[in-house]
Design a protein around this ligand. Sequence first.
Ligand code: HEM
Length: 82
Amino acid sequence: MRLASPDRRNQPPMLRRSYSYDENGDTGMIFSCFQRNIAHGFEAVQKRLAGEALANYTLTTGGGYFFVPPAGDAWLDALISA
Ligand code: HEM
């Protein structure tokens, strides 16, 4: 926890939500998080956690970034004109 968030007064700018699952013995955890800036959120924390001792007991089998556009069409216009 302290590796993930070294300064309690300045926590990583992300919201986390995990889902444990057990489907007939296929067990695991889906880690999900939400942030405005991936470099400042997930990636900054993940770099600090790289190589930590408990990582020996985990196996990452997949992952992805999903982008949630804001309401309205302005983001679409900006994307097309870029
Ligand atoms: C096997 C995967 C993981 C497990 C079992 C796990 C477990 C935990 C637990 C038990 C806590 C403390 C309770 C809480 O604040 O929810 C915690 C905190 C935290 N974790 Fe994880 N975690 C995992 C993966 C990750 C990943 C992939 C990230 C981000 C890259 C992450 C980021 C954080 C952060 C930012 C905190 C908050 C620390 C604080 O509030 O001081 N964790 N984690």
